[in-house]
Structure formats: structure tokens, C-alpha cells
Write a new protein. Structure first.
Length: 624
């Protein structure tokens, strides 16, 4: 039996974290977000080890190294942290070797301490004569570092066609120009992403009427998701909304206000889309030769033809869809909300997103996929920046704690970035059917504080639109998907959630602890109508009173929209970064009240008619 040609390493490196799908996909981070790397490193015997973390940013040839420290000697666990300073694909690895000099010194120190050392023990070899280091290196892990907006963003969805057709001066304007006129108000409310449903020409064949009626009357606008007509397809702007020049002006105006215009990528066609006649092979056909329309029994969408990704001409189809996405990127779009991505191949999205981001780094893709957990995780792994979540249906304290604990811990937190939406144009969740506006307020407070990214379908949400279609579904009555709606009167008459939105968003932008999910921790209450959780800045907890933007945030939300609720909190002082033996300050940034708490069991009360939540900034003065 032939032995090894060189002495094998005595070291073992395993349990490397973070990793996604055993290293087959990159770990997700944004610029400035720490990457804390852990590994289990050990060798036989009692020799001392040196362990270093190597990391390499995009384009660099050399590895930068930082010493790892032992965080649990009994379990041989080591950790170190690096911060990614640029977008792109970073890499890290762990390297270890036996430190013979440290081993000798440690052994000598023990002998001296025990009084059993001999003179010869003190005669160490010169430093250049120690045995060569026996090194071992872990596998390399990739880290996909994105722009901050991929982690922290505040979305507002609106239908341009429902905005007033006349400006304050009485002049007629296109809907896209009307959106531009709304930007100052939306910026003041604290939104940094304005999402528009598809802005393309809408087909006329099988056009749906109000409330998804099978037939439309003259003047019914149809569903924006029935894309394509004789006027054009996915790279055209519907004439009733304006022109491509109007859209470019809108993007420029939004950029001046630090707002991104997000477009809907809905890869489907109306029967009138030019592709239907130009490329019939891109669609699935029935045995009688007709093209199969979309169905989700009992729903039937005769106005929409899904694309067939199993087509023999799939390569041409993929190329066409990349061309569509690139067209809008070239016109200034850097954020896309992707409609039903779970109905298209994972390999397609991995290919398309990689190509787009190669030419347009920092492009953000939000996956609108309320699908099975494994499917949602795979979409995140193949490149989607953010995902819709089940938050829409998580209502009770136990449900919210269980779900967001899952999202905020590994492996989920390293691959999937949640974007919490209380409602969408498709979904008026059951708990908001005929609900008071206080119910919308508490859902807003939860979305804005639990998740770094959240969005609302407004102004329907602003005014507490709560009328269900009544067909045992979660659809709206008089859904804006199928008809225009005027919200002006309701917004003026009130009540609206806009003042609360402005407050919450201002707090979100200022308090960097709310920009992360990784530090989310839940605290106990003696009343399950109140939920309590905290977050610290992802760069580490801060209790310095001169850095309020990095202070710990403690949030308490009343889950009962109908009446006041009170509870004694059971706080984890370590998670808050405070010494429980000394008083600490809690300032409610939402209501303005200030408290000094002694101990970890303060009493709180919330009246939904006053405020849905407490947003406490927790600080403690350093010891003299």
C-alpha cells in the first residue's frame, strides 16, 4: 500500500458559516454589512493553533487576512468578522496551522506554574528553526454584496391611471406626469421606492370588466397585467398613461428625490401581444391548436397567455426577456417587482439576473411569490434581492414570533431578504375585511419595524380600504386591477394613515437598528395581545447617548385594534445592551413620552385610538 507523498495536515476545518445550500449559492450582504465567519477548527493532541480569516473583494488578487478568535474553546469554535465595502462577489476562506512556538511557551508556562520545569525546558530553538507550519485551508465561500436598497427600502404602490387627470392649475396631464407630481408628497411620507403596475398597452381581446367580470364594456380599462396590443408589447408605454419621454422624466424627477421607480416585470401576454403572432411557438397550445390561457381554478384569465418556458425555442424566448429587462434598465429603472417568478424556471432567473447585474450592478429584484418555503428560498438563492413573505397572513403573537424568528436566523437570514406587505392589489387579507382603520395601523407598525423592507398598496391602504369582493376570496370589491378608482375625496376627508406613515418612516430612516433583521429578538409579555421585540444596529449594539441613530430600538405593538391593552414586559437586558442593575432610559419616538426604567419588567399600555405601538429608543449612560 502506497503512503502519502507528503505529510498530511493534522488539522480539521469544518462547520464553516455562513453558507447557503452547502456553498452552492452566495451568501447575501449589502455594502457596510458585517460578515461574521465561524468555523470549527481542531487538531489531534494539545498543540496551539493559529486560525485566520481571509477575504477578497471583487477584482483583488491577494487575500486580506484577520486573526480569528476562539469563542468556545471547549467546542473548538472560532470567529472573525469582515465588512464588505463594495458591491460585487466577495470571497472568504479560513486558514489554520499549528503554532509550535505558542505550544512550547504554553507548555513551559504550565511547568513553571507547577514548579516542575527543568533547565533544558528553557532552551528553545531560534525562531528560524521551528518546524514549518502545518496549514489547512477551508473551501472558499462567495458573498454577493448588494446596494443598501436591497436590504432596507420603503415601497409605495400606486396605479397611475387612478390619479387625477388635471393638475392644481386645471391643465390636463398624463397619468405618468401625475405620478411625478405626487413625488414630493411621497418623499415627505418617507417612501424611497414607488412601484408601478405594468405600464404597457393592455389587450382588448377578452378584456376583463369591473370586479373581474368576464366581459368589459366600452371604456373599461382592463387589467394592466394583460400586456400587449397592436400598439406594442413589453417595451412600449400605454398611450393612455403617457409617453416614453414622460416615463424618463418621471425616473429623473424621482432620482432627484432619492426615490427609485420600480417597474413590474410580468412575463406574460394578452392575446393581442405582438409575440402571439410573431412567435406562437413561445406559447403552450391545446390539442385543438388554440393557445392556453392562464387558469388558477376557479379563476380563469382568458385575457392572459402564459409563456411556455418548455418551448423548443426557449433560448430565443430567454434572450427576448433579457432584452425587455435591459431596455428598462437602459431607461433608468434599477428596481423590479417580478410577477409570479415561481411559475418560471429557476435556471432562467439565475441566468437573467446575473446578466442584468453584470451590466447594471445594484439592480434590485423583488420576487412576488407567495409560494412554498423551499420555492421561495430557491428564488432567493438564484439571485432575487428580496421576497414577499407570509407576513400578510401572520396575525397572532405566536405566529409572528415563530415566523420572524425563522426569517432572522440562519440559514434563512443569509439567503432571503423579506419585504413585508400588509396588503397588495390582489390581497385584502381576511383579518382586514371590514376592519377599522386601527387594524391597518397596527399592521403598518408591524411591517415597518419587523422587516427592514416593507411596502403598502396605497392609497387603498392609506384610507383603510376594507371592502371584500364577497366571493369567499381575499379580493377587493371594485378592485383597482380592473377599473380606475378616485381616492382624492377619501384622502381629503380622512381619517388616513399618512401621518402615521410619515412618523414611522422618519423613525425607520433615522434609527439604523431598524435597517436590519439579524439582530431581531423577541421579549416576553404577560399579555399575548401585545408583542415585544428589539433590534440593535447590525454593526453592534450601542448605548452611547451621543449616537441616537445607532441606539437599541424596543418595539411594543398592540395586536388588538378594538381596545386598550396593557402588559408587564420581560426584557432580556443583554439583548438590549443595558446593565439591569442601573436605570436606563426609554424614549417613545412615536408618542414622545420618556421613561426611566429600573429593572427588566416595566409595565406598558397601548390605546389603539391613540397609537398602535411604542417605539422606544433605549439608552444607558456609561459608568463614571
Amino acid at each position: 500500500m502506497t503512503g502519502p507523498t507528503s505529510a498530511p495536515s493534522r488539522l480539521v476545518i469544518e462547520g464553516l458559516t455562513p453558507r447557503v445550500d452547502e456553498g452552492r449559492h452566495p451568501v447575501k450582504r449589502v455594502v457596510g454589512e458585517p460578515v461574521t465567519v465561524g468555523a470549527t477548527v481542531f487538531a489531534d493532541g494539545h498543540d496551539w493553533l493559529r486560525v485566520v480569516l481571509g477575504h477578497r473583494p471583487p477584482g483583488a488578487r491577494a487575500w486580506a487576512e484577520v486573526a480569528m478568535h476562539s469563542v468556545n474553546p471547549g467546542l473548538d469554535r472560532w470567529e472573525a468578522t469582515f465588512v464588505a465595502g463594495a458591491t460585487g462577489l466577495h470571497r472568504f476562506r479560513v486558514r489554520a496551522w499549528i503554532d509550535h512556538r505558542a505550544t512550547w511557551r504554553h507548555a513551559l508556562a504550565r511547568k513553571v506554574a507547577a514548579g516542575v520545569d527543568q533547565p533544558s525546558d528553557h532552551e528553545g530553538e531560534p525562531p528560524a528553526r521551528w518546524p514549518a507550519a502545518e496549514a489547512a485551508t477551508s473551501t472558499t465561500v462567495e458573498v454577493d454584496v448588494d446596494v443598501e436598497r436591497a436590504l432596507f427600502s420603503t415601497w409605495y404602490e400606486l396605479f397611475p391611471r387612478s390619479l387625477p387627470s388635471k393638475g392644481p392649475d386645471g391643465r390636463v396631464r398624463t397619468p405618468l406626469v401625475a405620478v411625478a407630481a405626487e413625488l414630493d408628497e411621497l418623499a415627505a411620507l418617507g417612501f424611497d421606492v414607488v412601484y408601478l403596475p405594468p405600464i404597457h398597452p393592455i389587450g382588448r381581446s377578452f378584456r376583463k370588466g369591473p370586479n373581474n367580470a368576464a366581459t368589459a364594456s366600452a371604456g373599461d380599462p382592463g387589467s394592466p397585467w394583460a400586456i400587449g396590443s397592436a400598439e406594442g408589447g413589453h417595451t412600449a408605454v400605454a398611450a393612455e398613461l403617457g409617453t416614453l419621454a414622460d416615463f424618463k422624466d418621471l425616473v429623473a424627477a424621482a432620482d432627484e428625490r432619492s426615490i427609485a421607480i420600480a417597474l413590474d416585470l410580468a412575463f406574460q401576454c394578452s392575446p393581442d401581444h405582438p409575440w402571439v403572432t410573431q412567435h406562437p411557438e413561445w406559447f403552450r397550445h391545446r390539442p385543438d391548436g388554440s393557445i392556453q390561457y392562464a387558469e388558477n381554478p376557479p379563476k380563469r384569465y382568458q385575457d392572459i397567455y402564459p409563456l411556455d418556458f418548455d418551448s423548443s425555442q426557449w433560448e430565443e424566448l430567454w434572450a427576448a426577456l433579457l432584452e425587455v429587462t435591459s431596455f428598462w434598465c437602459d431607461h433608468g429603472v434599477s428596481v423590479f417587482r417580478v410577477d409570479n417568478p415561481h411559475t418560471k424556471p429557476f435556471a432562467f432567473w439565475e441566468w437573467l439576473i446575473a446578466h442584468v447585474r453584470q451590466r447594471h450592478p445594484g439592480t434590485v429584484f423583488l420576487a412576488e411569490a407567495f409560494a412554498r418555503p423551499a420555492v421561495m428560498a430557491r428564488l432567493a438563492q438564484v439571485g432575487f434581492s428580496q421576497n414577499y413573505t407570509y407576513f400578510t397572513w401572520r396575525v397572532s403573537a405566536p405566529e409572528l414570533v415563530e415566523y420572524f424568528t425563522e426569517l432572522s436566523t440562519t440559514p434563512s437570514v443569509d439567503e432571503l431578504r423579506p419585504n413585508a406587505w400588509p396588503n397588495t392589489p390582489d390581497i385584502l387579507p381576511w383579518h382586514l375585511h371590514h376592519a377599522p382603520i386601527e387594524a391597518f395601523a397596527l399592521r403598518l407598525a408591524l411591517a415597518a419595524t419587523l422587516s427592514p423592507s416593507y411596502g403598502v398598496y396605497g392609497p387603498a391602504f392609506d384610507v383603510g380600504e376594507n371592502r371584500p369582493a364577497g366571493n369567499d376570496t381575499e379580493e377587493y370589491l371594485d378592485s383597482e386591477k380592473y377599473q380606475t378608482r378616485s381616492w382624492t375625496t377619501a384622502l381629503r376627508a380622512g381619517p388616513t394613515l399618512r401621518p402615521l406613515m410619515a412618523q414611522l418612516n422618519q423613525i425607520r430612516h433615522r434609527q439604523t437598528a431598524l435597517h436590519t433583521l439579524r439582530t431581531l429578538r423577541f421579549h416576553g409579555t404577560d399579555n399575548q395581545s401585545l408583542i415585544c421585540f428589539s433590534k440593535t444596529d447590525h454593526r453592534g449594539p450601542s448605548v452611547a447617548s451621543d449616537r441616537p441613530e445607532a441606539a437599541t430600538m424596543l418595539v411594543v405593538v398592540n395586536l388588538d385594534p378594538g381596545q386598550s391593552q396593557a402588559a408587564t414586559l420581560h426584557l432580556d437586558a443583554a439583548e438590549l445592551g443595558v446593565d439591569p442593575s442601573r436605570p436606563f432610559d426609554a424614549v417613545d419616538l412615536l408618542c414622545g413620552d420618556a421613561y426611566q426604567w429600573h429593572g427588566t419588567e416595566p409595565w406598558v399600555r397601548l390605546d389603539p385610538a391613540v397609537a398602535p405601538a411604542h417605539l422606544f429608543r433605549v439608552t444607558q449612560e456609561a459608568r463614571a
